[in-house]
Design a protein around this ligand. Structure first.
Ligand code: UD1
Length: 429
């Protein structure tokens, strides 16, 4: 299994370009199932989850060409099966995004139920209830979800989500675009990735308004056409590099990003003493304030507030801030697994329920630690870069799911980080 070896303590300097958003590319690839025509997606990040999503499309019978590494041309003309296998769903929960489009276009879909995962139980009950409201018959058989549209086509409906769900909102949008009549989604997720998916679907001929707000209206159409679309920059990767600059007391230009997609993160980091300057619309310059970092509490919330996917990186930052901060996680249970590893590096953190209390600033010293999930891995890399001595991070396959060429990017900024692997390839670094 691959590991990272990091010799920390070097300030990061230079310019880093942000890749396409994993969480946008995943639903956009699923959306290609909605038409028999070719959909071309650019700026698809080269990360493991997208390779898995591509495999899912191919298993269903779609043709996926990649004329360039980050361009996917998908033609879902001859769909042969309507089932996302357990093999795929167990490695990537976002495989459930196949349900909406398959049900919408073919009136049937089968997806294995995602099991519990490292960041707590992650049910899809809200997706399924919404499909039922659209007229689908949903049943559970030996761990699989079967959904069918008895009249061949779903019917538009009023859907109110009890809880904000990102992939749930995306799945329902994709289910509704080919349904008869109008669907209204209330308490919809407002993440930029939802807007990006809607932008693609509108190019494909869908009638959607309100994406990015909590009420989305979809007027079903009879069929969709091919389209070409470029995926938005990854706001979580952007936030991760901003924290990296601050934690190592470096100076970074974070380029090809979309600052308006992470306003809450930028605002929060500025309060802690991270200087973030807008050089132009897509480039940020980041340094640490001369006065040092201050501890400030934070609570994770659905967009546009502070994202759960930045919580672990923020915790790593707070270990280097003067004072005590309380980090409250409201989206996922059991999402503090990085805390015990940060403690191994010398951090002072205690956990009580969904609150983490971080007392800083701690001197971090290299140690052997284990990555537990995608964002936790990122926080451990950040801590390793700031720690004195050598840090070894095991099980870094988690980070490959969502961060493109992370070792190469950090090395280009002056970090001393390498991957220890049996199969070292150009792209895996
Ligand atoms: C997406 C993101 C993930 C991010 C999360 C929250 C993708 C591929 N993944 O995950 O990176 O951390 O949003 O911003 O975009 N819930 C239910 N029932 C459901 C669905 C969700 O109870 O049917 C609960 C979840 O357990 C969780 C909360 O709702 O407590 C939010 O989850 P959700 O927004 O659905 O997360 P994902 O879409 O899985």
């Amino acid at each position: 299994m691959d590991k990272f070896l990091i010799r920390g303590g070097r300030p990061l300097r230079g310019r880093v370009e942000i890749s396409g958003a994993k969480n946008s590319a995943l639903p956009c690839l699923a959306a290609t199932l909605l038409t028999a025509e070719t959909v071309t997606l650019h700026n698809v990040p080269y990360v493991k989850d997208l390779i898995t999503q591509r495999r899912l499309l191919e298993d269903l019978g779609a043709t996926v060409l990649t004329p360039e590494l980050r361009t996917h041309k998908v033609t879902a003309k001859n769909i042969e099966t309507f089932e996302a296998s357990y093999e795929l769903v167990k490695t990537m929960r976002a495989s459930v995004l196949a349900l909406g489009p398959l049900l919408s276009r073919f009136g049937k879909a089968k997806v294995s139920l995602p099991g519990g995962c490292a960041i707590g139980t992650r049910p899809i009950d809200l997706h399924l209830k919404a499909f039922e409201k659209l007229g689908a018959v949903v049943s559970l058989e030996s761990g699989d979800v079967m959904a069918t549209a008895p009249k061949g086509r779903l019917q538009g409906a009023d859907i109110h989500f009890d809880k904000v769900t990102v992939t749930g909102t995306e799945n329902v949008i994709m289910a509704a675009v080919l349904a008869g009549g109008t669907t209204t989604i209330r308490n919809a997720a407002r993440e930029p990735e939802i807007e990006d998916l809607a932008a693609l679907l509108i190019k494909m001929g869908a009638k959607i308004s309100g994406a990015g707000t909590d009420t989305i209206r979809i007027d079903g159409v009879d069929e969709l056409n091919g389209a070409e679309h470029s995926i938005i920059p990854d706001r979580i990767e952007t936030g991760t590099f901003i924290v990296a600059a601050a934690m190592t007391d470096g100076e970074l230009e974070v380029a090809k990003c979309q600052p308006r997609h992470l306003e809450a993160v930028i605002e929060q980091l500025r309060k802690t003493g991270v200087n973030i300057e807008n050089l132009d619309e897509t480039t940020l310059k980041v340094t640490r304030d001369r006065a040092g970092l201050k501890s400030i509490d934070v609570t994770t919330e659905p967009h546009p507030l502070f994202p759960t996917d930045m919580q672990a990186q923020y915790m790593a930052l707070m270990t280097q801030a003067e004072g005590t901060s309380i980090i409250t996680e409201t989206i996922f249970e059991n999402r503090f697994m990085h805390a015990s590893e940060l403690i191994r590096l010398g951090a002072d953190i205690s956990i009580s329920g969904n609150h983490a209390t971080v007392r800083g600033a701690s001197k971090l010293t290299g140690a052997r630690i284990i990555a537990s999930d995608l964002r936790a891995s990122a926080s451990l890399v950040l801590a390793g870069l700031a720690a004195d001595g050598e840090t070894t991070i095991d099980r870094v396959y988690h980070i490959d799911r969502g961060y493109e060429t992370i070792v190469r990017k950090f090395r280009s900024l002056g970090a001393d980080i390498e991957r220890a692997s049996d199969q070292l390839t150009d792209e895996s670094v």
